[in-house]
Design a binder for this molecule. Sequence first.
Ligand code: ASP
Ligand code: MG
Length: 417
Amino acid sequence: MAVIVQKYGGTSVGSLSRIESVAEQVIDTVRQGHQVVVVLSAMSGETNRLTALAQQLDPVPASRELDVLLATGEQVSISLMAIALVKRGISAISLVAHQIGIKTDNHFGAARIKHVDKKRLGQALEQEQVVIVAGFQGQDRDNNITTLGRGGSDTSAVAIAVAVKAAEVQIFTDVDGVYSGDPRIIPKAKRLDAISFSEMLEMANLGAKVLQNRAVEYAKEFDMSIRVLSSFEHGEGTLVTTSPIETLDKKSSLPVHSSVSSVVCLQKRAIASLPRLKDCEYLQLKQELNKQGIEFTLIDPNKCQLVEVENSCDCHHFVISSDKIVCLKSILEEITSAPTSGIIRTLNGLSQISVICSEPKKQETIASKVLSILTSAEISTKLISTSATACSAVIDESDLINAMRLLHSGFGLDSLP
Ligand code: ASP
Ligand code: MG
C-alpha cells in the first residue's frame, strides 16, 4: 500500500462546499487502496485577512506574534476537513505542526524545515487514519510557532512526503499544471507534461507562483517527485522530477525537445546599484537577504550586459522587489556601520522577464535572441543576464505583457490553434 501526500491550496478549500468536494476526492484515493496524508493551506484570503488585522495594530508586527496569528488559518481548514471526513464515516485526524514534530529554524515568517519526525505520522497511518496536517507552520528549538513564508504549505507537503517515504506528492491547485507561461498573461501558453527539478526551481525563483521555491529545492534534494494537479478538474497535471526525458512519452515532450521550456516574470522590480563592497561584507549581505527570505537576483558584471545602467563595473547590482529597497538599505547600514543615503542608486518601475533554458549550453545564443526580439519590438532592455539555466532581461513594467508574449512565441512555445 503506497502512501500518497496530497496538498490542497487555499482556493481548493476556500469554502465549506469546496472542503466537502476535497473530502470526496480524498475518499476516492483511500478507496483506491492508498494511505493518505493531506496537507492544507488556510482557506483562501485568510492569511491576508490575518496579516491585515495585525497591521492595523502595528504596520510591522512583532514577527514571533505574527507567526502565532498566521498559523491559526491552517488550523481552521484542517479541523473542518477532518469533520467532513469523519461525518462520511472515514477515520481521520487533524494535526498541527508541533504535534507531529515539524522542526524549523527560528526565522519567523521565513523559517526553514530542518526535520520532520515520522513517529506520530507513522502511528496514525498504521491505524489507517487519514492524517490531515496543517501546512505552512513549524516549531523551532524553543517550541515557538514558526511559519514558512507565503506559499509554504507546498514545502510542508514535500517535507512530510520525504518523512513518510511517500510514492509521490500531489499538489492540488487552481490550475491544471505548470505552464510554459502565465496563462493569464499569455493565452497561448501550454501545460508542460513534465519538467526537471532544476528548471522548476529556476522558474519558481524567477517568478512562477505555482510552487514555492523552497518546496522544489527540498524535493530536488531528496528526489521526491511532485505532481501539480487541478483540484477542480481531472487530468495528468505536470510531473516535476529528476529526469523528465525518461518519464515522458516522446510525442508530448515539449520541454525536452525545445531549448527553452518557459517564460516567467517578476513584477514591481528595481535595480539597486551599490558601490563595491569588501568580499566579506558582500557575503554577509547575501546571507542576510537569504535569511530574511528577501528574493533578489545578483548581477555579476562579467556575466551581464548592462544596456542602460551607468557606471556598471564599479558597482554591485541587485534586481530586487521595489518594496524591499528599505530592507536592503538597513541591512547594508548594519554591515558597513555607515549611512547609505546617496550611496544606493535605484531604478524603479521595472519587471524582470526570464526564459528558462532546458539546455544550459545554449544560454549565450538564447541571450542574443532575447535581446534581438526585444529590440526589434522597440522594447528597451535595462539589463540582460544569464545563469546556468535562465536568461533574464530587465525592462519597463509597461512593456511587460508585450515582451512576455513576444518571447513566448519567439521561442516557439505558443500552442497551436
Ligand atoms: N496560507 C499560506 C499562504 O497563504 C500558506 C500557503 O497557502 O501555502 O501563503
Ligand atoms: Mg501556492
